[in-house]
Design a binder for this molecule. Structure first.
Ligand code: IPM
Ligand code: MN
Length: 372
């Protein structure tokens, strides 16, 4: 029996999570396990009613689960960033989910915008660092006292380096910093190397050490050190700007990619597009020892809320990743195969050129999983 927390969230979130649960319950039935779901009403509605984003009680309750199944967050009635930072990023950071695992895999039957590329060409995994870099939230605009003091230091350095006179008025100058720590880089790199060992033994580090040589210089040093423990994995360094070209031109070069947080955010949207769009892009926020969280990469699409038209496949795929994480490898593979069969059978939602509803796709994939 697996106890799994679910957070539908905002917009289409609750509908796609519902479709995902139907599939995962079917996988349990077929492969001999039960899932006890516990729902958490976290999101815009509660925030608007009570002012709460994530409460201490939520965190204490959620910490009892190994996995959270997460829909989407974001609502027109709330200023952009409030829910994303206050809920999604808060959960990633609180549970120290330092690996953001994002498969870039073209499924059979899916159209990619890349001419002449097939499923055998597009099949790699991005391991995005998920707790550091420019996401640490250290900066001048919403600052505490020490960050305000740092703004004066930044201003002074700026004046010395560029001979420019600037005030420390928050409307005139801002800074925000990225932080890389040896410990933070090393743990995510070890995860990526371990993954590469189980795959094609090829790992690329994606960074920008030519320009941001402080943070990503340390990143590269750590990578070089960790690589010594994995002599059978071949490695390379790529610059992030170049990678946006190579993912388009030669995606077949890649097997596992490890990258700092912000570049990981950017290149996985690119990756989503080459595998058929955000409707087919799942992600796992993983703390191997703690509470992990699985979600579609796309947002809450408020204008489709309640219409039962959203594509649930990214969420169902995220559910497959969750099963894999829990050790149900066969069931995980069956769910992914079910998604693929649903696509090749043209049983898809409108965004993929079909007529099926969100819940119908869920039920259809569930029935396919039961037949495996
Ligand atoms: C993602 C999203 C988030 C991120 C936002 C919503 C905070 O873009 O999961 O990729 O930047 O990580
Ligand atoms: Mn993103």
């Amino acid at each position: 029996m697996y106890r799994i927390a679910s957070i539908g969230g905002d917009g289409i979130g609750p509908e796609i999570i519902e479709a995902g649960k139907v599939v995962l319950d079917a996988a349990g039935e077929r492969y001999g396990f039960d899932i006890a779901w516990e729902d958490f009403a976290i999101g815009a509605d509660r925030y608007l009613a009570t002012g709460e984003l994530i409460t201490e009680d939520d965190l204490a309750d959620l910490s009892r689960f190994r996995a959270i199944y997460f829909g989407a967050i974001g609502d027109d009635r709330v200023k952009p960033g409030v829910l994303e930072k206050g809920i999604l990023l808060a959960l990633r950071f609180h549970f120290d989910q330092y690996v953001n695992l994002r498969p870039i895999k073209l499924l059979e039957g899916v159209a990619t915008p890349l001419a002449n590329k097939t499923p055998s060409d597009i099949d790699f995994v991005v391991v995005r660092e998920n707790t550091e870099d420019f996401y640490v939230g250290i900066g001048s605009r919403f600052a505490g006292e020490s960050e305000k003091a740092t703004l004066e230091v930044v201003r002074d350095i700026y004046q010395v380096k560029f001979g420019m006179d600037v005030t420390t008025d928050a409307e005139e100058i801002a800074y925000q910093i990225g932080v890389i720590t040896r410990e933070g880089a090393e743990r995510v790199m070890r995860y990526a190397f371990d993954l590469a060992e189980r795959r094609e033994k090829k790992l690329a580090s994606v960074d920008k050490a030519n320009v941001l040589s402080d943070v990503y210089g340390l990143w590269r040093d750590v990578f070089t050190g960790v690589a010594k423990d994995y002599p059978d994995v071949s490695t390379e360094f790529n610059f992030v700007d170049a990678v946006t070209m190579w993912f388009v031109k030669n995606p077949e070069w890649y097997d596992v990619v490890v990258t700092p947080n912000m570049f990981g955010d950017i290149i996985t949207d690119l990756g989503a597009m080459i595998q058929g769009g955000l409707g087919l892009a799942p992600g796992g926020n993983i703390n191997p020892q703690g509470t992990s969280m699985f979600e579609p990469i796309h947002g809450s699409a408020p204008k489709y809320k309640g219409l039962n038209v959203a594509n649930p496949m990214a969420t169902i795929w995220a559910g497959s990743m969750m099963l894999d994480h829990l050790g149900e490898h066969e069931a995980a593979a069956a769910v992914l195969r079910g998604i693929e069969q649903s696509i090749t059978g043209r049983f898809v939602t409108r965004d993929m050129g079909g007529k099926a509803t969100t819940s119908e796709v869920g039920e259809h994939i569930a029935s396919l999983v039961l037949q495996h």
